[in-house]
Design a binder for this molecule. Structure first.
Ligand SMILES: [Zn+2]
Length: 455
């Protein structure tokens, strides 16, 4: 009976996959959903690829998954990947189903599965990852993954003890994840790679998990990312096995040390969150057996996908499109800090407000550090979308001169209310669900820039 149910689920899901593809529709969620509706153990009945890599964490999952996928493909591995689709149970089921034989056997060698933290409980009991990489655990949207302790509890409960975990040593919440008997590999950034940043409002780990005494920071980069130790017992941040020791922005390179070796890689992007992503990716690929030559040559020709970061010119305007995960205080603060620190003056920032924000509490604005935007290099800030008035209030509290701020409830209208006489350097910040609206803003900016150069 079990087998019959599985094959019926497989048949139905495959048919749906075929029809959706034929209609040119998004086929990354529904087929898996139908399969799981018919057979709730569907995932467990599939034979996964020989090596399964799970990618989890609050920020950067998609970037890490895309990098892993791209580097493995460049080295001629065959890979199943869900990073362009859904990262919940149905999305994982769809990705594995699409790359399997009729009897459910994997056709590819490796699966790189992006896994939503909360979905761990519904995925890992069926598909046991050989490797799990987690780059950070941060406070998230109240409606989504809320608090770090809640998420840690879910992941700890579901990661099999046979999984080798690759964890960020500079994030004590992340570094403490997974059962004690899991084999662990740590990655991090050396202290010299980035100066200490402005103090954050968020500190999600302040007490020693061993003795309960207050933790003492050696340094904090942002939120709870940094190195801490307990003055009362021997607890401290773990020493990273893979560590980025030097950033050479002039020559677009960074140095990484591990196991007594020092290696140079191409610096694809110098945003600190991406440095952690790169370090984690190298740690994982080295752990599964790829050589320095295989990884570094792929880094030479790898870019962050255009939906997450893009830079272009239109007449006198320089337009930078930067994904900034909405409803997520740390991801937004990282983005603000990054833009403020970039060279240049008279920068304009356009927020493509997330429509979903209208139905959720705006309290995350107050967890995020808007004071990064109170920077002399930024002379225009445009908040759009249904929460633009809340953003205006938040910016006022951060001490930003309100003469610099303009607002509109229409998420697509940022370019319409921008004064291009004032700013040549435009940053468009948008959430993952606002790519379409952000592209409309981009097209209008291109048009404005080109018109300006003609006249
Ligand atoms: Zn202690």
């Amino acid at each position: 009976m079990k087998k019959v149910r599985f094959f019926f689920a497989m048949l139905s899901a495959r048919f749906l996959l075929y029809v959706l593809k034929l209609l040119g529709r998004n086929a990354t969620f529904l087929p898996g959903k139908i399969a799981l509706k018919i057979d709730k153990d569907f995932l467990g009945e599939l034979t996964p690829p020989k090596t399964v890599i799970a990618v989890t964490g609050t920020n950067g999952k998609t970037t890490v998954s895309n990098l892993l996928n791209s580097i493995l493909l460049k080295n001629n591995y065959t890979v199943t990947n869900n990073s362009l689709g859904s990262n919940v149970q149905a999305g994982v089921a769809t990705a594995l189903l699409a790359d399997s034989t009729f009897t459910g056997k994997a056709k590819k060698e490796i699966a790189v599965l992006e896994v939503d933290e909360r979905s761990s409980l519904r995925i890992y009991p069926y598909i046991k990852p050989d490797y799990l990489i987690c780059n950070n655990i941060m406070r998230d949207s109240l409606a989504r993954n809320a608090h770090t302790e809640f998420i840690s509890y879910i992941i700890n409960k579901s990661v099999p003890s046979t999984t080798k975990v690759i964890l960020n040593a500079d994030d004590l919440v992340c570094a403490s994840l997974a059962p004690d008997n899991c084999e662990r590999v740590y990655f991090g950034l050396g202290i010299d790679t980035q100066h200490e940043e402005a103090p954050s409002y968020l500190q999600d780990i302040v007490y020693c998990p061993d003795c309960g005494a207050s933790l003492t920071p050696e340094y904090i980069r942002y939120s709870h990312i940094g190195r801490l130790h307990c003055s009362n017992c021997s607890f401290s941040s773990p020493e990273p096995d893979f560590v980025i020791t030097q950033i050479d922005r002039e020559n677009n390179a960074f140095t990484l040390q591990h196991h007594g070796k020092s290696e140079q890689y191409n610096l694809i992007n110098d945003n600190i969150v991406n440095l952690y992503n790169f370090c984690g990716v190298i740690a994982l690929l080295t752990t599964i057996g790829l050589s320095y030559e295989q990884i570094s040559s792929a880094f030479e020709s790898t870019k962050i996908v255009k939906t997450r970061y893009d830079k272009l010119s239109a007449g006198k305007l320089t337009i930078t499109m930067q994904l900034s995960k909405g409803q997520n205080p740390t991801a937004c603060a990282r983005c603000f800090s990054y833009v403020a620190k970039l060279p240049g003056k008279n920068k304009a920032i356009i927020f493509v407000g997330d429509d979903f924000e209208a139905s959720e509490s705006p309290c995350w604005f107050f967890d995020s550090n808007y004071s990064y935007l109170n920077d002399a290099s930024i002379n225009q800030i445009i908040f759009t979308g249904p929460r633009s008035k809340d953003q205006y209030l938040r910016a006022q509290i951060a001490g930003i001169d309100t003469d610099k701020i303009r607002i509109s409830c229409d998420s697509k209208s940022g370019a319409d209310i921008l004064d291009i006489e004032k700013s040549m350097d435009i940053y468009v910040l948008y959430g993952p669900y606002m790519v379409k609206e952000a592209n409309i803003v981009k097209q209008k900016l291109i048009q404005l820039g080109n018109e300006e150069s003609v006249s």
